[in-house]
Design a protein around this ligand. Structure first.
Ligand code: C2E
Ligand code: MG
Ligand code: MG
Ligand code: MG
Length: 292
């Protein structure tokens, strides 16, 4: 009867939910273990100066190297880390690891690099991000001016006054602030103007269909112009073709990331790429009147 069917439907639903919850819980405890056992690692994707083609820095992207499953994407485990609270210790590990690596590269005599670290919404709003960053910098010796924190536009659109105060604290530490996935969130320009930010990262969704999509070209050009008029540097994410790069260069976009230059690489691979760069050519004498 209807009652039995109803109950059956409920049982079925209940069991699926339990299964999803069980899988989540399992992933969460495996993630905690991976963090403790050193199975997380950072990869580095070059950030390239569009005008000169030189690598100015890198975005650090976390990977989970599971002995059984192989590399697990952050798209799969960062959401679990966010909802479970593992994001606190995970985010702290990422900051410490990137600062450690950055300082190791400086000690090894590599050219000076900006390193960008992703901060997820809950990590931004619910953990002591400024305290964590300041401890990671102090303990590693990596200078704050070389560290950039990427906060998504969506995270900045929530609890905006608290968000602004957190950005001010981070700025006081001397780190740079980038707005990640720009153009996909709902932050107002009025808010953005009040935030101490340095870089806009155009979401790769707007770059993908350049030069076929007139709309995406118009949006990207508008973001570049707006960013520049606000005194910000603009980076394009997900650049894969020469055509996309040519468009961005023409529009005066400052930097880019994407497979066109390189996929994210393990630390050793990234260092090798840097060492292969021709030495910095002598700079044209733009400031001839400046003291030597
Ligand atoms: P995101 O910060 O927007 O990072 C850009 C993503 O685009 C990366 O994916 C990168 O590998 C990918 N990508 C770069 N160039 C290209 C390209 O030319 N074409 C295409 N199709 N994709 C490209 P990934 O590494 O899988 O990271 C996904 C997201 O996970 C990141 O998006 C970020 O939101 C999050 N994430 C990664 N690492 C961390 C971390 O250490 N902490 C936190 N909180 N989140 C992280
Ligand atoms: Mg990012
Ligand atoms: Mg992004
Ligand atoms: Mg993204």
């Amino acid at each position: 009867g209807a009652k039995a069917r109803g109950r059956g439907a409920w049982c079925f639903f209940h069991e699926t939910m339990t299964q999803a919850a069980r899988e989540r819980l399992e992933l969460e405890s495996r993630l905690r273990l991976a963090l403790m056992q050193g199975h997380l690692q950072m990869h580095y994707q070059p950030q390239v100066d569009i005008a000169t083609g030189r690598i100015l820095g890198a975005e650090a992207l976390v990977r989970w190297n599971d002995p059984q499953e192989g590399l697990i994407s952050p798209a799969r485990f960062i959401p679990v880390a966010e909802t479970s609270g593992v994001i606190g210790p995970l985010g702290e590990w990422v900051l410490r690891e990137v600062c450690r690596q950055g300082q190791a590269w400086r000690d090894a005599g590599l050219p000076e690099l900006m390193l960008a670290v992703n901060v997820s919404p809950r990590q931004f709003h619910l953990t002591d991000l400024a305290g964590c960053a300041s401890a990671a910098l102090a303990d590693s010796g990596f200078p704050a001016r070389l560290l950039e924190l990427e906060i998504t536009e969506t995270a900045l659109a929530e609890r905006t006054e608290e968000a602004r105060q957190m950005l001010v604290r981070l700025r006081e530490l001397g780190v740079r602030i980038a707005v990640d996935d720009f153009g996909t969130g709902y932050s107002s320009l009025a808010q953005l103007k009040r935030f101490p930010i340095d870089v806009l990262k155009i979401d790769q969704g707007f770059i993908r269909d350049i030069p076929q999509s007139e709309d995406d070209m118009a949006i990207s050009a508008a973001i570049i112009a707006m960013g520049h008029s606000m005194g910000l540097s603009v980076l394009a994410e997900g650049v894969e073709t020469e055509g996309q790069l040519a468009f961005l260069r023409e529009r005066g976009c400052d930097t880019y990331q994407g497979y066109l230059c390189s996929r994210p690489l393990p630390a050793e691979g990234f260092a090798a790429l840097l060492r292969a760069q021709p030495p910095q050519p002598p700079q044209p004498a733009l400031h001839t009147s400046a003291p030597a």
